[in-house]
Design a protein around this ligand. Structure first.
Ligand code: PEP
Ligand code: MG
Length: 561
């Protein structure tokens, strides 16, 4: 019988082909290796190798273009990082050989990134790739990489994939990606989605697979079947194709089967995500996570740089709504230049989001100023919202600051239970709500988003979370204001119907989910969505809520949901 490995599905679709294991990890240069005594020459040799690596990454990016070009030029910047070069020089000055110095200096930096976790932690694969490329150049070993000359489609299996590996892959030859490491925000996931290649990450046991083993990969469920029964595998691929056709058959603005409009918007991290948002028919942006502009750098971006990034996003949606969230630093998104004021035993409950602006009002003024200038003369409809709002006073303070900066439409995220519980008071001082179900679930269930051991509790289907959403959406509706959802819950095509039934007025999600949610809403009436919402809220737990909602949603079948 076929065995199955399980990981996280991060790019939907089905692939069936032979595994190609990415080997070629570079051996660790021996501990204690020393150079011949000429430190200056050794430093120059290392510097030249790092520069060659950076230039090669850039050249690959230029050949690949699009999103890959941005990712690879960011990686090239890492290779030219002066801090890393200083670390290498120090070791070489102490006699360490160039390749060993690269290995150790990168290792120290790697530990820092890994400890930071979240987005930064997932840059570790990029850093390791630079290290391996530099060591390969210094020792004359062959470069690590993917097959450039495959004749048949294959499934690329690796510990993790660096952007340089994936950038030049031929989409027609890669049936799927499977990686042992990596999370939903790793580069494997981001690039797989951009390429439209099915992908499973965090798949334990993947790197122990034998080269050439036939695999059936489901990029939605995260299942990787080893040596599946060929007829069943071919049928799965055919079903996936039929499903993709059903999806592409639903187009236009989001609406239920009986015509209740539900604008479908995209979550973006910056201009690089616009292509996918537009390609998937986003009607606007429901969450622009501006902190991505602030990550991976030593200083805050200038007002001009911010203004240009915001303007690029506004310009992509003339006539559409663009909801920009002000900086959500802290907890899972730490910023090097804005450390918390002291030790935070629970960063998720610490100084993050809008709370940080209380201590740095200058940063808020700079961001709102840049936003106001970017909004001048735009044809988009600019909305601005603050993350992590817990009280009416915070919401009123933020709305006033937006208005003073010349930004008309100011809202807040509802992601703290206190905000959902007292939404009727908050609705008096802001123009709209956007529910962040990721954090709302974290705080309602007291289950840290970053702690894998409690991930079962991190389920937005839990009726306690649904009750909070109903409270917020109801309060917004009573005040005549909009209430969207921009957390991951909105990307679940079944839960999306429930959210609409709870009174949510728009849904925002990562671009690849848009066709699924559009198709799912189009197959159900508003009454069915309301019935599903009532059934889910009446259930005692998350799995029962899901089951009860599904029983009310009769149109899921032809989407294979
Ligand atoms: C959308 C949300 O914000 P983030 O995931 O960026 O914290 C959320 O918390 O649901
Ligand atoms: Mg949040």
């Amino acid at each position: 019988m076929a065995t199955t490995l399980k990981g996280s599905g991060v790019s939907p679709g089905t692939g069936y082909a032979a595994a190609h294991l990415l080997v070629g990890s570079i051996p660790e240069p021996p501990k204690g290796a020393v150079h011949d005594g000429d430190a200056a020459a050794e430093k120059a040799r290392v510097q030249a190798a790092l520069e060659e690596v950076a230039a090669d990454l850039e050249a690959r990016g230029e050949r690949a273009g699009g999103e890959a070009a941005e990712v690879l030029s960011a990686q090239a910047m890492m290779a030219r990082d002066p801090g890393l070069a200083d670390g290498v020089d120090e070791l070489v000055d102490a006699g360490v050989s160039g390749e060993r110095a690269v290995y150790e200096a990168f290792g120290a930096y790697r530990d820092l990134l890994a400890a930071a976790g979240g987005y930064l932690g997932e840059r570790v694969a990029d850093l390791d790739d630079i290290r391996d490329r530099a060591v390969a150049r210094l020792t004359g070993a062959p470069m690590p990489g993917v097959p450039g000359d495959a004749a048949e489609p294959y499934i690329l299996v690796a510990r993790d994939l660096a952007p340089a590996d994936t950038a030049l892959l031929d989409r027609n030859l890669v049936a799927a990606f499977v990686t042992e490491d990596g999370g939903p925000t790793s580069h494997t996931a981001i690039l797989a989605r951009a390429m439209g290649v099915p992908a499973v990450v965090g798949c334990a046991g993947a790197t122990a697979l034998v080269q050439g083993t036939l695999l059936l990969v489901d990029g939605a469920t995260g299942e990787v079947v080893i040596e599946p029964e060929p007829a069943a595998a071919q049928a799965a691929v055919a079903t996936a194709r039929a499903r993709a056709e059903a999806l592409s058959g639903t187009s236009g603005p989001g609406a239920t089967a009986d015509g209740h409009p539900v604008p479908l918007l995209a979550n973006v991290g910056g201009p690089k995500d616009l292509e996918a948002a537009l390609a998937n028919g986003a009607e606007g942006v429901g969450l622009y996570r501006t902190e991505f502009l602030f990550l991976d750098r030593a200083d805050a971006p200038s007002e001009e740089e911010q203004q240009a990034a915001y303007r690029a996003v506004f310009d992509a949606f003339p006539g559409g709504r663009v909801v920009v969230r002000t900086l959500d630093a802290g907890a899972d998104k730490p910023l090097a230049f804005l450390p918390p004021p002291g030790e935070e035993p629970n960063p998720a409950l610490g100084e993050r989001g809008l709370r940080m602006f209380r201590r740095h009002p200058d940063m808020m003024a700079a961001q709102l100023g840049a936003l106001a200038r970017a909004a001048e003369g735009t044809e988009a409809i600019p909305y601005v919202m603050a993350p992590m709002v817990a009280t009416v006073a915070e919401a009123a303070w933020f709305a006033e600051a937006c208005h003073a900066a010349g930004l008309e439409t100011a809202g807040i995220m509802i992601e703290v239970p206190s905000a959902a519980l007292r939404a009727r008071d908050l609705a008096k001082v802001v123009d709209f709500f956007s529910i962040g179900t990721n954090d709302l679930t974290q705080y309602a269930m007291a289950a840290d988003r970053q702690v894998a051991g409690v991930s079962e509790l991190q389920d937005p289907w839990h009726p306690a979370v649904l009750d909070l959403i109903a409270l917020a959406a109801g309060a917004a509706g009573a005040a005549g204001k909009g209430c969207g959802v921009c957390g991951e819950a909105g990307a679940d095509p079944v839960l999306a119907c429930v959210l609409v039934g709870l009174g949510v007025t728009s849904l925002s999600m990562g671009a690849p989910a848009l066709p699924w949610v559009r198709a799912s809403l189009a197959r159900h009436t508003l009454d069915q969505c309301r019935a599903a919402a009532d059934a889910a809220r009446s259930a005692p737990g998350a799995s029962e809520a899901k089951e009860a909602a599904r029983a009310c949603l009769t149109g899921l079948g032809d989407l294979g949901l």
